[in-house]
Design a protein around this ligand. Structure first.
Ligand code: ZN
Length: 158
């Protein structure tokens, strides 16, 4: 199966970090996501919009997966696609990645409090499920963690 070249993944993470930074502008936790098609083209991108839209499911990954499915020519399936996200996905987003049949999940910082791609749970590599995306963790993790720390520090008024 084809998969995006490393430089396409690097560029997608750079864009996801920009999207994460933008989310702070409307009061959302800085998390950004990009979905790459099998050849490495950008299918969709999104930032966290939970506060902005008052939607508990408006995580960056879900928004990006939905938008990608609208433009990828395989119905709801994102076969061969790569989800690139700045923070380890939660249970919902890890589950959505499995359901979307993405080939690979690439993420930045670990989320020890809610991560479901190895930290608290490992939804994407659960052998009871019949689809298991590949995982690459820790891509530009420090930049993502720095954004998140600054956001929460500012929220606490420190
Ligand atoms: Zn999530």
């Amino acid at each position: 199966m084809t998969r995006p070249a490393d430089d396409a993944v690097d560029a997608a993470m750079a864009r996801a970090l920009e999207l994460a930074a933008a989310a702070q502008g409307w009061g959302d936790t800085p998390i950004g996501a990009v979905v790459l098609g099998p050849a490495g083209t950008v299918l969709a991108e999104a930032a966290n919009e939970r506060e902005r839209t008052g939607d508990p499911t408006a995580h960056a990954e879900v928004l990006a997966l939905r938008a990608a499915a609208r433009v990828h020519g395989d119905g709801w399936r994102l076969t061969g696609c790569t989800l690139v996200v700045t923070l380890e996905p939660c249970t919902m987003c890890a589950g959505a990645s499995v359901l979307a049949r993405v080939a690979r999940v690439v993420y930045g910082a670990d989320d020890p409090k809610a991560g479901a791609v190895g930290s608290l749970w490992d939804v994407v590599r659960d052998r009871r499920l019949n689809h298991r995306p590949q995982v690459t963790a820790g891509v530009r993790a420090e930049e993502s963690a720095t954004l998140l720390r600054a956001f929460f520090r500012a929220r606490r008024g420190l």
